[in-house]
Design a protein around this ligand. Structure first.
Ligand code: T4K
Length: 375
Protein backbone atom coordinates (compact mmCIF):
# COMPACT_ATOMS: atom_id res chain seq x y z
CA UNK A 1 0.00 0.00 0.00
CA UNK A 2 1.54 3.29 -1.08
CA UNK A 3 -0.99 5.82 0.15
CA UNK A 4 -0.03 7.82 3.21
CA UNK A 5 -1.74 6.81 6.43
CA UNK A 6 -4.65 8.92 7.63
CA UNK A 7 -5.18 8.84 11.39
CA UNK A 8 -8.31 9.64 13.36
CA UNK A 9 -6.39 12.59 14.69
CA UNK A 10 -2.97 14.25 14.43
CA UNK A 11 -1.67 17.19 16.39
CA UNK A 12 -0.86 20.46 14.60
CA UNK A 13 2.71 21.30 15.52
CA UNK A 14 4.34 24.72 15.40
CA UNK A 15 7.74 25.28 13.83
CA UNK A 16 10.43 23.82 16.06
CA UNK A 17 12.30 27.11 15.86
CA UNK A 18 9.32 28.84 17.51
CA UNK A 19 9.31 26.33 20.36
CA UNK A 20 13.05 26.83 20.83
CA UNK A 21 12.45 30.42 21.89
CA UNK A 22 10.40 29.14 24.83
CA UNK A 23 12.91 26.40 25.61
CA UNK A 24 15.76 28.89 25.69
CA UNK A 25 13.88 30.85 28.34
CA UNK A 26 13.38 27.71 30.43
CA UNK A 27 17.09 26.85 30.04
CA UNK A 28 17.98 30.35 31.19
CA UNK A 29 15.73 30.27 34.28
CA UNK A 30 16.39 26.62 35.15
CA UNK A 31 12.85 26.38 36.53
CA UNK A 32 11.50 23.18 35.01
CA UNK A 33 8.36 22.62 37.06
CA UNK A 34 6.46 23.45 40.29
CA UNK A 35 4.19 26.13 38.85
CA UNK A 36 6.80 28.43 37.30
CA UNK A 37 6.50 31.32 34.89
CA UNK A 38 5.16 29.32 31.91
CA UNK A 39 2.61 27.51 34.07
CA UNK A 40 1.31 30.78 35.47
CA UNK A 41 1.24 32.42 32.05
CA UNK A 42 -0.72 29.53 30.51
CA UNK A 43 -3.28 29.55 33.33
CA UNK A 44 -3.81 33.27 32.74
CA UNK A 45 -4.08 32.98 28.96
CA UNK A 46 -6.41 30.00 29.14
CA UNK A 47 -8.75 31.84 31.51
CA UNK A 48 -8.95 34.66 28.97
CA UNK A 49 -9.30 32.41 25.94
CA UNK A 50 -11.87 30.07 27.45
CA UNK A 51 -13.86 32.73 29.33
CA UNK A 52 -13.44 31.14 32.75
CA UNK A 53 -12.28 32.70 36.00
CA UNK A 54 -10.21 29.98 37.65
CA UNK A 55 -8.18 27.18 36.09
CA UNK A 56 -5.57 24.84 37.52
CA UNK A 57 -3.24 23.04 35.12
CA UNK A 58 -2.43 19.34 35.45
CA UNK A 59 0.00 16.83 33.97
CA UNK A 60 -2.92 14.96 32.35
CA UNK A 61 -6.70 14.79 32.34
CA UNK A 62 -6.91 11.57 34.36
CA UNK A 63 -4.97 12.94 37.35
CA UNK A 64 -7.13 16.07 37.07
CA UNK A 65 -10.28 13.90 37.32
CA UNK A 66 -8.86 12.05 40.35
CA UNK A 67 -8.03 15.35 42.01
CA UNK A 68 -11.39 16.94 41.21
CA UNK A 69 -13.10 14.13 43.14
CA UNK A 70 -10.69 14.64 46.05
CA UNK A 71 -11.25 18.39 46.03
CA UNK A 72 -15.02 17.96 46.38
CA UNK A 73 -14.54 15.11 48.89
CA UNK A 74 -16.80 12.88 46.85
CA UNK A 75 -17.48 9.44 48.32
CA UNK A 76 -19.92 6.52 48.07
CA UNK A 77 -21.62 6.28 44.67
CA UNK A 78 -21.34 8.57 41.64
CA UNK A 79 -23.74 8.53 38.71
CA UNK A 80 -21.90 8.51 35.40
CA UNK A 81 -22.06 7.42 31.76
CA UNK A 82 -20.76 4.16 30.31
CA UNK A 83 -20.25 5.87 26.95
CA UNK A 84 -16.85 7.50 27.43
CA UNK A 85 -13.14 6.83 27.57
CA UNK A 86 -12.35 4.47 30.40
CA UNK A 87 -10.51 7.18 32.40
CA UNK A 88 -13.88 8.69 33.40
CA UNK A 89 -14.89 5.68 35.50
CA UNK A 90 -11.32 4.75 36.46
CA UNK A 91 -11.04 8.07 38.30
CA UNK A 92 -13.93 6.90 40.49
CA UNK A 93 -12.41 3.49 41.23
CA UNK A 94 -9.06 5.10 42.14
CA UNK A 95 -10.96 7.14 44.73
CA UNK A 96 -12.77 4.08 46.14
CA UNK A 97 -16.07 5.33 44.67
CA UNK A 98 -18.65 3.04 43.06
CA UNK A 99 -19.70 4.15 39.57
CA UNK A 100 -23.41 3.86 38.83
CA UNK A 101 -24.02 3.88 35.08
CA UNK A 102 -27.09 5.42 33.51
CA UNK A 103 -28.06 5.29 29.86
CA UNK A 104 -27.36 7.94 27.26
CA UNK A 105 -29.62 9.97 25.04
CA UNK A 106 -29.71 8.57 21.49
CA UNK A 107 -29.18 11.87 19.72
CA UNK A 108 -26.67 13.69 21.96
CA UNK A 109 -24.88 10.50 23.11
CA UNK A 110 -24.54 12.20 26.49
CA UNK A 111 -25.98 11.06 29.82
CA UNK A 112 -29.78 11.10 29.67
CA UNK A 113 -30.94 13.34 32.56
CA UNK A 114 -34.28 11.50 32.64
CA UNK A 115 -32.43 8.40 33.86
CA UNK A 116 -30.56 10.05 36.74
CA UNK A 117 -33.17 10.25 39.50
CA UNK A 118 -33.98 6.53 39.42
CA UNK A 119 -30.27 5.79 39.97
CA UNK A 120 -29.93 7.95 43.10
CA UNK A 121 -29.53 6.05 46.39
CA UNK A 122 -28.67 7.26 49.91
CA UNK A 123 -24.99 6.63 48.99
CA UNK A 124 -25.03 8.94 45.95
CA UNK A 125 -22.90 12.06 46.40
CA UNK A 126 -22.24 13.31 42.87
CA UNK A 127 -22.92 13.12 39.15
CA UNK A 128 -20.07 12.85 36.64
CA UNK A 129 -21.41 13.45 33.12
CA UNK A 130 -19.19 13.71 30.01
CA UNK A 131 -19.56 16.31 27.26
CA UNK A 132 -18.96 13.50 24.79
CA UNK A 133 -17.18 14.54 21.54
CA UNK A 134 -17.34 18.11 22.90
CA UNK A 135 -21.13 18.21 22.61
CA UNK A 136 -22.79 19.93 25.54
CA UNK A 137 -24.70 17.83 28.05
CA UNK A 138 -28.14 19.00 29.13
CA UNK A 139 -26.49 21.17 31.78
CA UNK A 140 -29.75 22.78 32.90
CA UNK A 141 -31.44 19.42 33.40
CA UNK A 142 -28.47 17.97 35.28
CA UNK A 143 -28.11 21.08 37.42
CA UNK A 144 -31.78 20.95 38.42
CA UNK A 145 -31.51 17.33 39.57
CA UNK A 146 -28.22 17.93 41.38
CA UNK A 147 -29.67 20.89 43.30
CA UNK A 148 -32.82 18.99 44.21
CA UNK A 149 -30.83 16.09 45.68
CA UNK A 150 -27.83 18.01 47.05
CA UNK A 151 -25.35 16.34 44.68
CA UNK A 152 -22.04 17.68 43.35
CA UNK A 153 -21.51 17.81 39.59
CA UNK A 154 -18.12 17.18 37.99
CA UNK A 155 -18.14 17.43 34.23
CA UNK A 156 -15.60 15.34 32.37
CA UNK A 157 -14.98 18.02 29.76
CA UNK A 158 -11.94 16.28 28.25
CA UNK A 159 -13.38 16.89 24.75
CA UNK A 160 -14.99 20.26 25.40
CA UNK A 161 -12.18 22.78 24.88
CA UNK A 162 -13.61 26.12 23.69
CA UNK A 163 -17.26 25.04 23.58
CA UNK A 164 -19.91 27.52 24.63
CA UNK A 165 -23.34 26.99 26.13
CA UNK A 166 -26.58 28.27 24.55
CA UNK A 167 -26.01 31.69 26.13
CA UNK A 168 -22.58 32.00 24.51
CA UNK A 169 -20.69 31.52 27.79
CA UNK A 170 -18.11 28.81 28.42
CA UNK A 171 -19.61 25.37 28.94
CA UNK A 172 -16.83 24.86 31.49
CA UNK A 173 -18.55 27.17 33.97
CA UNK A 174 -21.35 24.67 34.56
CA UNK A 175 -21.30 22.26 37.47
CA UNK A 176 -18.97 22.44 40.47
CA UNK A 177 -15.89 21.52 38.45
CA UNK A 178 -15.03 20.81 34.81
CA UNK A 179 -12.03 18.73 33.81
CA UNK A 180 -10.18 19.17 30.52
CA UNK A 181 -7.64 16.95 28.76
CA UNK A 182 -4.78 18.43 26.77
CA UNK A 183 -3.56 15.05 25.50
CA UNK A 184 -1.80 14.89 22.12
CA UNK A 185 -5.05 13.65 20.55
CA UNK A 186 -7.11 16.62 21.72
CA UNK A 187 -8.12 19.82 19.92
CA UNK A 188 -5.70 21.78 22.14
CA UNK A 189 -2.72 19.83 23.40
CA UNK A 190 0.31 20.25 25.62
CA UNK A 191 1.75 16.82 24.62
CA UNK A 192 0.19 15.45 27.85
CA UNK A 193 -1.83 17.73 30.07
CA UNK A 194 -5.13 18.63 31.61
CA UNK A 195 -6.88 21.19 33.78
CA UNK A 196 -9.64 21.74 36.29
CA UNK A 197 -11.91 24.74 35.88
CA UNK A 198 -13.47 25.84 39.16
CA UNK A 199 -15.72 28.64 40.36
CA UNK A 200 -13.89 30.25 43.31
CA UNK A 201 -10.44 31.32 44.46
CA UNK A 202 -10.80 29.14 47.55
CA UNK A 203 -11.45 26.03 45.43
CA UNK A 204 -8.53 26.86 43.14
CA UNK A 205 -6.27 27.13 46.19
CA UNK A 206 -7.46 23.73 47.41
CA UNK A 207 -6.91 22.14 43.99
CA UNK A 208 -3.47 23.76 43.66
CA UNK A 209 -2.48 22.28 47.02
CA UNK A 210 -3.86 18.85 46.13
CA UNK A 211 -1.86 18.70 42.89
CA UNK A 212 1.32 19.54 44.85
CA UNK A 213 1.30 16.79 47.50
CA UNK A 214 -0.99 18.88 49.76
CA UNK A 215 1.79 21.40 50.50
CA UNK A 216 0.82 24.83 51.81
CA UNK A 217 4.39 25.90 52.52
CA UNK A 218 7.77 24.26 53.10
CA UNK A 219 6.74 22.70 56.40
CA UNK A 220 2.95 22.38 56.13
CA UNK A 221 1.06 19.57 54.41
CA UNK A 222 -2.73 19.78 54.71
CA UNK A 223 -3.96 16.92 52.52
CA UNK A 224 -2.82 13.62 51.02
CA UNK A 225 -2.14 15.33 47.70
CA UNK A 226 -0.63 13.91 44.54
CA UNK A 227 1.92 15.16 42.02
CA UNK A 228 -0.36 16.49 39.30
CA UNK A 229 1.59 19.55 38.20
CA UNK A 230 2.11 20.44 34.57
CA UNK A 231 5.80 20.95 33.72
CA UNK A 232 7.19 24.19 32.30
CA UNK A 233 7.93 22.53 28.93
CA UNK A 234 4.33 21.37 28.58
CA UNK A 235 3.00 24.77 29.64
CA UNK A 236 5.33 26.51 27.16
CA UNK A 237 4.01 24.29 24.38
CA UNK A 238 0.47 25.23 25.42
CA UNK A 239 1.30 28.94 25.15
CA UNK A 240 2.52 28.34 21.63
CA UNK A 241 -0.51 26.20 20.71
CA UNK A 242 -2.84 28.97 21.85
CA UNK A 243 -1.44 31.22 19.13
CA UNK A 244 -2.81 28.93 16.40
CA UNK A 245 -5.86 27.44 18.09
CA UNK A 246 -8.35 29.62 16.19
CA UNK A 247 -6.96 28.45 12.83
CA UNK A 248 -7.01 24.83 14.03
CA UNK A 249 -10.64 25.11 15.11
CA UNK A 250 -11.58 26.80 11.81
CA UNK A 251 -9.96 24.02 9.75
CA UNK A 252 -11.70 21.35 11.84
CA UNK A 253 -14.98 23.09 11.13
CA UNK A 254 -14.28 22.97 7.37
CA UNK A 255 -13.54 19.24 7.62
CA UNK A 256 -16.78 18.68 9.50
CA UNK A 257 -18.73 20.72 6.92
CA UNK A 258 -17.21 18.68 4.09
CA UNK A 259 -18.15 15.37 5.70
CA UNK A 260 -21.66 16.58 6.47
CA UNK A 261 -22.20 17.70 2.88
CA UNK A 262 -20.81 14.45 1.43
CA UNK A 263 -22.36 11.96 3.84
CA UNK A 264 -25.74 13.41 4.79
CA UNK A 265 -27.64 11.65 2.00
CA UNK A 266 -25.96 8.23 2.20
CA UNK A 267 -28.53 5.62 3.27
CA UNK A 268 -27.46 3.83 6.43
CA UNK A 269 -24.96 6.47 7.54
CA UNK A 270 -26.24 8.68 10.33
CA UNK A 271 -24.41 11.81 11.38
CA UNK A 272 -24.35 11.55 15.11
CA UNK A 273 -24.01 13.37 18.35
CA UNK A 274 -24.14 17.06 17.47
CA UNK A 275 -27.20 19.17 18.21
CA UNK A 276 -25.62 22.41 17.08
CA UNK A 277 -22.70 22.35 14.62
CA UNK A 278 -22.07 26.06 15.07
CA UNK A 279 -21.16 25.57 18.74
CA UNK A 280 -19.18 22.38 18.20
CA UNK A 281 -15.38 22.33 18.45
CA UNK A 282 -15.41 19.42 15.98
CA UNK A 283 -13.08 17.40 18.14
CA UNK A 284 -14.53 14.16 16.77
CA UNK A 285 -16.68 13.23 13.79
CA UNK A 286 -18.80 10.25 14.85
CA UNK A 287 -21.08 8.49 12.38
CA UNK A 288 -23.48 5.65 13.06
CA UNK A 289 -23.30 2.78 10.59
CA UNK A 290 -26.85 1.43 10.74
CA UNK A 291 -28.37 -1.84 9.50
CA UNK A 292 -29.42 -0.09 6.29
CA UNK A 293 -25.76 0.30 5.22
CA UNK A 294 -24.49 -2.61 3.06
CA UNK A 295 -21.42 -3.10 5.28
CA UNK A 296 -21.33 -3.49 9.07
CA UNK A 297 -19.59 -0.92 11.27
CA UNK A 298 -16.69 -3.33 11.84
CA UNK A 299 -16.61 -4.15 8.14
CA UNK A 300 -16.25 -0.48 7.29
CA UNK A 301 -13.58 -0.06 9.98
CA UNK A 302 -11.58 -2.90 8.34
CA UNK A 303 -12.08 -1.54 4.81
CA UNK A 304 -10.75 1.81 6.01
CA UNK A 305 -7.69 0.06 7.41
CA UNK A 306 -7.11 -1.62 4.04
CA UNK A 307 -7.12 1.89 2.53
CA UNK A 308 -4.57 3.00 5.17
CA UNK A 309 -7.22 5.05 6.98
CA UNK A 310 -7.42 4.60 10.75
CA UNK A 311 -10.89 5.43 12.02
CA UNK A 312 -11.71 4.59 15.66
CA UNK A 313 -14.68 3.04 17.44
CA UNK A 314 -14.86 5.63 20.24
CA UNK A 315 -16.58 4.48 22.54
CA UNK A 316 -16.77 0.75 21.99
CA UNK A 317 -16.71 -1.31 24.15
CA UNK A 318 -18.75 0.51 26.77
CA UNK A 319 -16.87 1.16 30.02
CA UNK A 320 -19.48 -1.00 31.76
CA UNK A 321 -18.33 -3.99 29.67
CA UNK A 322 -14.74 -3.92 30.96
CA UNK A 323 -14.00 -6.59 33.58
CA UNK A 324 -13.57 -4.21 36.53
CA UNK A 325 -17.11 -2.79 35.92
CA UNK A 326 -19.02 -5.72 34.44
CA UNK A 327 -20.17 -7.07 37.84
CA UNK A 328 -21.96 -3.83 38.79
CA UNK A 329 -25.75 -3.97 38.80
CA UNK A 330 -25.88 -0.79 36.69
CA UNK A 331 -23.71 -2.44 33.99
CA UNK A 332 -26.53 -4.78 32.93
CA UNK A 333 -27.31 -4.48 29.21
CA UNK A 334 -30.97 -4.01 30.10
CA UNK A 335 -30.02 -0.82 31.99
CA UNK A 336 -28.05 0.63 29.07
CA UNK A 337 -29.87 -0.28 25.84
CA UNK A 338 -29.21 3.00 24.03
CA UNK A 339 -25.52 3.12 24.91
CA UNK A 340 -25.15 -0.51 23.89
CA UNK A 341 -26.79 0.12 20.51
CA UNK A 342 -24.79 3.26 19.78
CA UNK A 343 -21.48 1.61 20.79
CA UNK A 344 -22.15 -1.13 18.25
CA UNK A 345 -22.74 1.34 15.40
CA UNK A 346 -20.34 4.21 16.05
CA UNK A 347 -17.28 5.02 14.01
CA UNK A 348 -15.22 8.19 14.42
CA UNK A 349 -13.85 9.47 11.12
CA UNK A 350 -10.50 11.23 10.85
CA UNK A 351 -10.82 14.88 11.78
CA UNK A 352 -7.95 17.27 12.41
CA UNK A 353 -6.44 20.40 10.98
CA UNK A 354 -3.72 18.65 8.97
CA UNK A 355 -6.11 16.77 6.68
CA UNK A 356 -5.89 17.79 3.03
CA UNK A 357 -8.66 17.82 0.46
CA UNK A 358 -7.21 14.60 -1.01
CA UNK A 359 -7.26 12.93 2.41
CA UNK A 360 -10.92 13.83 2.86
CA UNK A 361 -11.81 12.53 -0.62
CA UNK A 362 -10.12 9.23 0.23
CA UNK A 363 -12.20 8.86 3.43
CA UNK A 364 -15.47 9.66 1.69
CA UNK A 365 -14.60 7.44 -1.31
CA UNK A 366 -14.39 4.35 0.93
CA UNK A 367 -17.85 5.04 2.34
CA UNK A 368 -19.34 5.78 -1.06
CA UNK A 369 -17.81 2.62 -2.55
CA UNK A 370 -19.43 0.56 0.23
CA UNK A 371 -22.69 2.39 -0.21
CA UNK A 372 -22.89 1.42 -3.87
CA UNK A 373 -22.31 -2.28 -3.08
CA UNK A 374 -25.32 -4.59 -3.41
CA UNK A 375 -27.38 -1.88 -5.03
N1 T4K B 1 -12.05 11.62 29.80
C1 T4K B 1 -12.32 11.47 28.49
C2 T4K B 1 -13.74 11.61 28.04
C3 T4K B 1 -11.30 11.20 27.58
O1 T4K B 1 -11.58 11.03 26.27
C4 T4K B 1 -9.97 11.10 28.05
C5 T4K B 1 -8.89 10.78 27.14
C6 T4K B 1 -9.72 11.29 29.42
C7 T4K B 1 -10.79 11.54 30.27
C8 T4K B 1 -8.35 11.21 30.01
O2 T4K B 1 -7.53 12.30 29.61
P1 T4K B 1 -5.91 12.09 29.55
O3 T4K B 1 -5.50 11.49 30.86
O4 T4K B 1 -5.61 11.20 28.39
O5 T4K B 1 -5.41 13.50 29.38
C9 T4K B 1 -6.72 8.40 23.20
C10 T4K B 1 -6.02 9.25 24.23
O6 T4K B 1 -4.86 8.62 24.78
C11 T4K B 1 -6.88 9.71 25.34
O7 T4K B 1 -6.28 10.88 25.87
C12 T4K B 1 -8.28 10.07 24.88
N2 T4K B 1 -9.17 10.42 25.95
C13 T4K B 1 -8.87 8.90 24.12
C14 T4K B 1 -10.26 9.19 23.62
O8 T4K B 1 -8.06 8.65 22.99
P2 T4K B 1 -6.12 6.09 22.21
O9 T4K B 1 -5.58 4.86 22.86
O10 T4K B 1 -7.24 5.95 21.28
O11 T4K B 1 -4.94 6.92 21.49
P3 T4K B 1 -3.95 6.48 20.34
O12 T4K B 1 -2.57 6.48 20.89
O13 T4K B 1 -4.42 5.24 19.70
O14 T4K B 1 -4.05 7.70 19.33
C15 T4K B 1 -5.07 7.83 18.36
C16 T4K B 1 -4.44 8.37 17.09
O15 T4K B 1 -3.95 9.66 17.32
C17 T4K B 1 -3.26 7.58 16.58
O16 T4K B 1 -3.71 6.60 15.70
C18 T4K B 1 -2.38 8.59 15.89
C19 T4K B 1 -2.73 9.88 16.59
N3 T4K B 1 -1.68 10.32 17.52
C20 T4K B 1 -1.66 9.81 18.80
C21 T4K B 1 -0.70 10.22 19.68
C22 T4K B 1 -0.64 9.68 21.07
C23 T4K B 1 -0.73 11.22 17.08
O17 T4K B 1 -0.74 11.64 15.92
N4 T4K B 1 0.22 11.64 17.97
C24 T4K B 1 0.29 11.18 19.25
O18 T4K B 1 1.17 11.59 20.02
O19 T4K B 1 -6.50 7.05 23.41
Amino acid sequence: MNSKPIYVTQPSLPLLSEFNIYLEKIWENKILTNCGEMHQALEKELCEYLGVEFISLFNNGTIALLTALQALEVKGEVITTPYSFVATAHSLLWNGIIPVFVDIDASSMNMNPDKIEAAITPATTAIMPVHCYGNACDVAGIDRIAKKHGLKVIYDAAHAFAVNDHEGCSLLNHGDLSVLSFHATKVFNTFEGGAIVCQSAAMKKKIDQLKNFGFVDEVTVVAPGINGKMSEVNAAFGLLQLKTIDAVLARRKQVSEYYRAELAAIPGIKLAGVDDFERSNNSYFPILVTAEFPVSRDGLYELFKEANIFSRRYFYPLISDFPMYKHLESSADTNLPVAKHVAEQVLCLPIHAELTGDDLSRVVAVIKACSSMCR
